[in-house]
Write a protein that binds this ligand. Structure first.
Ligand code: UD1
Ligand code: CA
Length: 458
């Protein structure tokens, strides 16, 4: 029987300044695919269900703390950055001896949970695990030194490398997993005897070897997941990698992606069968697309559910909305938060819908604003109609019943109610409730001036 896994403490190093970002935003808060670098790492860590996540922070202290939220989070201040070993040391008082400690970097955002699981499986009372990676250009990384039998014996930082060691292509990712008690013992013995006068976490490898603790290396399946972000170029490179990976996932799941390089998937996106995504689509999760949904070019969908068979034409922006089956949306529609569109709804060009519910089969096809409104089923809202929901101070509700016909250019001054089956004449300004089943209109009568002449130029 396998031994029961030890409780897990994840330590995320995030105290570095990130000078090369040339930004007022702390490095770990720089956004990748819409979320901070640190948020990506926290997600990967949280999926392991650790007992506690310790984030070592320093630069940009309060900004970092305020920007990030997660369960079981413990903030550890490292006021002075004296090296990775020093940073981990700071977190130790909050970690019980029987825990397994997993060290992650706040600026290595694409680390995958599956890889971390494999790493943890290599960790035990007599072994520690080290995530390494082979880089074509290992510049800047610590090198993994192995003996003739291929066993890892130590890590040497680039600045401390001999000419021979500089040629080693296997690098230290920085990610490692080790029993807390051993870690405490070794970190207590660190000395800043190196080119940078820092306490190197990497020095514990040689200590482990000396103490007959096996160092189990795991070579990362892809280099991207251990790549760190130090400048805006690396940030964009990893963003592109992320984008590529997410598009690939969708395509393997059966989604037709017209151009994977022009699709941005951020966060959780699930798709039914035969979904088609045209170019320049941005999906910010959670997004759920039902069977046969088509999203046209240049659409942004954020936290949206779309029912089967719905067609979203180009240039729509849809945020925090639920959209039913077989709807027709766009081109150029804006659907704002807290909107529910039932099945078969049509929302056309230059129509904005906010905090409203629109019933089955209803249509607003051109140039309208519908806000704080409930619309029944089978309603037709004519071009250029507006629910005037705001009196300058408060927002008011409009209620439109079933099978209503709103003529073009109607202003409905809320609070107001249009009864079932009512017809509103075009160009009306409706300030009082319109009764069901009748024609209501508000309009000055049309006149024609006889014998009128256009002025002539003097
Ligand atoms: C470190 C490793 C190196 C590895 C590389 C991978 C050491 C000594 N070296 O080098 O072997 O190849 O990462 O990217 O561990 N940090 C703190 N407090 C500190 C120092 C660093 O929180 O006092 C954090 C940084 O914010 C960063 C991470 O630790 O997230 C790594 O620090 P960095 O200075 O980038 O390490 P490297 O010199 O690149
Ligand atoms: Ca450094």
């Amino acid at each position: 029987m396998a031994a029961k896994p030890k409780p897990l403490s994840v330590v995320i190093l995030a105290a570095g300044q990130g000078k090369r970002m040339k930004s007022d935003l702390p490095k770990v808060l720089q956004p990748l695919a819409g979320h901070s670098l640190l948020a990506h790492v926290l997600d990967a860590a949280a999926a392991l269900k650790p007992a506690l996540i310790h984030v070592v922070y320093g630069h940009g202290g309060d900004k970092v703390r305020l920007a990030v939220r997660a369960d079981n989070l413990r903030w550890v201040l490292q006021a002075e950055q004296r090296g990775t070993g020093h940073a981990v040391q700071k977190s130790l008082p909050g970690i019980p001896d029987d825990h397994t400690v997993l060290v992650l970097y706040g600026d290595v955002p694409l680390i995958r949970t599956a890889t971390l699981r494999n790493l943890l499986a290599l960790t035990g009372p007599k072994s520690m695990a080290l995530l390494t990676a082979k880089f074509d250009s290992p510049d800047g990384y610590g090198r993994i030194v192995r003996n003739a039998r291929g066993q890892v014996t130590r890590i040497v930082e680039q600045r401390d490398c001999s000419a021979r060691e500089l040629k080693i292509r296997e690098c230290n990712s920085g990610v490692l997993a080790v029993n807390a008690k051993l870690l405490k013992r070794w970190l207590g013995k660190l000395k800043p005897a190196n080119a940078q006068r820092e306490y190197y976490l990497t020095d514990i490898i040689a200590m482990a070897v000396k103490d007959k603790i096996k160092v189990a290396p795991l070579i990362a399946p892809t280099a991207v997941e251990v790549q760190g972000v130090n400048d805006k170029l690396q940030l964009a490179t990893l963003e592109a990698e992320y984008r590529r990976g997410r598009a690939l996932e969708l395509m393997l799941a059966g989604v037709t992606v017209i151009d994977p390089a022009r699709l941005d998937v951020r966060g959780a996106v699930t798709c039914g069968r035969d979904v088609v995504l045209d170019v320049n689509v941005v999906l910010e999760g959670p997004v759920q697309l039902g069977n046969g949904v088509r999203i046209g070019a240049n659409c942004v969908l954020s936290q949206v559910q779309v029912g089967a068979g719905t067609n979203i034409r180009p240039n729509c922006v849809i945020e925090r909305a639920q959209i039913g089956k077989s709807c027709e949306i766009g081109p150029f529609s804006r659907v704002r938060p807290e909107t529910t569109l039932h099945d078969g709804v049509h929302i056309g060009n230059f129509v904005e819908v906010k905090k409203s519910e629109i019933g089955t089969g209803s249509k607003a096809n051109h140039l309208s604003y519908i806000g704080d409104t409930t619309v029944g089923a089978g309603v037709n809202i004519g071009a250029g109609s507006v629910t005037c929901n705001y009196d300058g101070v408060n927002k008011w509700h409009t209620e439109i019943g079933d099978a209503v016909f709103i003529g073009s250019g109607t202003m409905m001054v809320a609070p107001v109610k249009i009864g079932d089956g009512a017809t509103i004449g075009a160009g009306s300004t409706i300030t009082r409730d319109a009764p069901p089943g009748k024609l209501t209109l508000e309009r000055s009568s049309q006149k024609t001036v006889e014998h009128w002449q256009r002025p002539v130029k003097k």
